[in-house]
Design a protein around this ligand. Structure first.
Ligand code: S3P
Length: 448
């Protein structure tokens, strides 16, 4: 059930000790990029392990609307027959990206340097999110955007007929903005340069290189300088999408707080631009180990083993780590509730413009369950109550945000009283098998 329809209330009751192997789905960021880059290559890109969540399925539909052939072979295996860089056709209809900021922003970048006009929309959450952070740099290429006030969707982008390359310093730590500029740069002549002051997830850079683009990254005093040569012929690839560390966060964190648990979460990418949560949990004293460390498809990968950790302590999470765990703060705040002492999370302003205002959404739900929270514009702090100290018993609003819904379902697994979520529907956007996977480990979820 999607976040677009009738709400699906869910209740999480105290769980049995969690045990077993949690095979989480494919990485959402890499899944979007596999479809988009596949659509811009010439020939057949074969993808296995694609995340079949609503966000990614919306991107697959969009790629078809631009003229690529996208085939679902079943079992996570997909093919994309691309139209080549600059080969996008003008879609007949509005492109609906559902709940997905990554989908809409990356696709806007991809079409912005082609002479086509495209109207984008999304669900009630996406239509509130800021798009100027993407349309501002796309204007430098020559694209024009007209949307609702405040730069919100629905929005029409008129792509540049004669794009020029761009040099752009990304003003916010955002892989979506960086990626939109790089994808636009693919169909601009000459070199497009993107500079980011803080390293964000680098899947676009790695994958562009894999598809045969000329792209370099230099660490300089100015930051990471990424230089892309435009108008390459992208070569189709065979892609095995690794499992998503952001989804792995849920069974891992559930195991750390649920008495008696021992869970293995295999095959998780530990790309340093994504793995900040696991470092943080270990600093808090979590019994979280990396087993069978290896390199797969150029990415460091390990099997994560998480065991019940009753002696975790609150810490100050270094602000410079924020980009590498930006999607994991909601579930970290749940773990922090079961630790002793305060966990301080600073430098996290970006959380306010995600699928929901995640600081506000979590603070409300945590308080409803008896946990004290302090917050400012770009920081928040959670006062831990110790391993058996979280009262629970509250009802939380998920605000059309999958990670808020899943975080509170995790909280209910170890709180003294059940925790309710008003709408679990958005979980399907990124982790459609969340409920059966967690239930198989020992979670007790009911539907009101
Ligand atoms: C993503 C980047 C992040 C993240 C999102 C996925 C991506 O967003 O929150 O879930 O795939 O590039 P920002 O770039 O806005 O930080």
């Amino acid at each position: 059930m999607s976040g677009h329809g009738t709400p699906t209330p869910m209740i999480s009751h105290r769980a049995d000790p969690l045990a077993g192997v949690a095979k989480v789905p494919g990485d959402k960021s890499i899944s979007h990029r596999s479809l988009i880059l596949g659509a811009m290559a010439v020939g057949e890109t074969r993808i296995s392990g694609l995340l079949e969540g609503e966000d990614v399925l919306d991107t697959a539909k969009a790629m078809q609307a631009f003229g690529a052939e996208v085939i679902n072979h079943g079992g996570g295996k997909w093919s994309v027959f691309g139209v080549g860089v600059g080969g996008f056709a003008e879609p007949d209809n509005v492109i609906d990206c559902g709940n997905s900021g990554t989908g809409v922003r990356l696709i806007m970048g991809t079409m912005a340097t082609s002479p086509i006009s495209v109207t984008f929309t999304g669900d009630a959450s996406l239509n509130k999110r800021p798009m100027a952070r993407v349309t501002d740099p796309l204007a430098l290429f020559g694209a024009q955007a007209v949307g609702r006030s405040g730069g919100r969707l629905p929005m029409t982008i008129v792509g540049a007929a004669d794009p020029v390359p761009v040099r752009y310093v990304v003003p916010v730590p955002s892989a979506q903005v960086k990626s939109a500029v790089l994808l636009a740069g693919l169909n601009a002549p000459g070199q497009t340069v993107v500079i980011e002051k803080e390293a964000t997830r680098d899947h676009t850079e790695r994958m562009l290189e894999g598809f045969g683009a000329e792209i370099t990254t230099e660490e300089t005093e100015e930051g990471r300088v990424i230089t892309l040569t435009g108008r390459p012929e992208l070569k189709p690839q065979v892609i095995a999408v690794p499992r998503d560390p952001s989804s792995a966060a849920f069974p891992v964190c559930a195991a750390l707080i649920t008495p008696g648990s021992d869970v293995l979460v295999p095959g998780i990418g530990l790309n340093p631009t994504r793995a900040g949560l696991f470092t943080t949990l270990r600093e808090m004293g979590a019994d979280l180990t990396y087993e069978n460390e290896r390199v797969e498809g150029g990415e460091p990968v390990a099997d994560l083993r998480a065991r019940y950790s009753p002696s975790m302590q609150g810490i100050e999470v270094p602000p410079e780590r924020a980009a590498s765990m930006i999607d994991e703060y909601p579930v970290l705040s749940v773990v922090a509730s079961f630790a002793r002492g305060e966990t301080m999370m600073a430098g996290v302003k970006e959380l306010r413009v995600k699928e929901s205002d995640r600081i506000d959404a979590m603070a409300r739900g945590l308080r409803a369950n008896g946990v004290a929270v302090r917050e400012g514009d770009d920081w928040w702090a959670v006062m831990g109550l110790g391993p058996e100290g979280v009262p629970g018993g509250g009802t939380c609003e998920s605000f059309l945000d999958h990670r808020i819904a899943m975080s509170f379902m995790v909280m209910g697994m170890a709180a003294q009283n059940p925790v309710s979520v008003d709408d679990g529907g958005p979980i399907a956007t990124s982790f459609p098998i969340f409920e059966p996977l967690m239930t198989a480990l020992g979670a007790k979820f009911t539907h009101a």
